[in-house]
Design a protein around this ligand. Structure first.
Ligand code: MG
Length: 191
């Protein structure tokens, strides 16, 4: 019997991208400081200095290698999930960030083999059973396709969380047991 496939996002799911991008932004553009709490939308153009382009904000060389782990539990829980299930990393990336993301994974979660590292933006094309992600644009198509999800709450998914009651996971503590329960639960996902 095949193991259930657990697709796990990277940015702001197993590591903190936006907080680190804000850190650099606020050093370089102190007249336009950003706050994590204000990141209520993917598009933050109106909050950033005109020279703080999306490409600079999310594409600063080396950024993806220096991201902090999501919390103190994520490495251990991801390894438990990897041992029990077919865990694949599914992360949106542009070509220049792919190696940085792979290097980060190798540093923090070396048990994830390269075969399980998928870089793609159109995540709904992948045949996973459960998706752990922070992006409503990924979570909603998954639920609509009858798949299970766990949403990592952040300000930018607050509106979607209010509209669709995604199951939430605020900490990686106990994540393996949480996934066990969700996969064992019968019936359609509720929204
Ligand atoms: Mg993400």
């Amino acid at each position: 019997m095949r193991k259930p496939i657990i697709a796990v996002d990277m940015d702001d799911t197993i590591c903190h991208l936006v907080k680190r991008a804000i850190y650099h932004n606020n050093i370089e553009f102190p007249t336009h400081p950003l706050r994590y709490e204000d990141m209520m939308d993917w598009n933050t153009d109106h909050l950033r200095h005109p020279e703080s382009t999306m490409d600079l904000f999310f594409g600063r060389p080396g950024l993806y290698e220096e991201l902090e782990l999501f919390d103190e539990y994520v490495v251990e829980e991801m390894e438990k999930l990897h041992n029990a299930y077919d865990v694949i990393i599914v992360t949106a990336a542009v070509p220049k960030t792919v190696l940085e993301k792979w290097n980060w994974l190798q540093k923090h979660m070396p048990y994830i083999p390269a075969d399980n590292f998928f870089t793609c933006k159109r995540k709904h094309l992948i045949g996973y059973d459960l998706l752990i992600d922070d992006g409503p644009h990924n979570l909603l198509p998954a639920v609509q396709a009858g798949k299970k999800v766990l949403c990592i709450p952040h300000p930018w998914n607050l509106r979607a969380r209010e509209q669709y009651s995604f199951p939430l996971m605020t900490s990686w503590e106990g994540a393996k047991e949480r996934v066990d329960e969700i996969l064992q639960a019968q019936g359609e996902p509720e929204l």
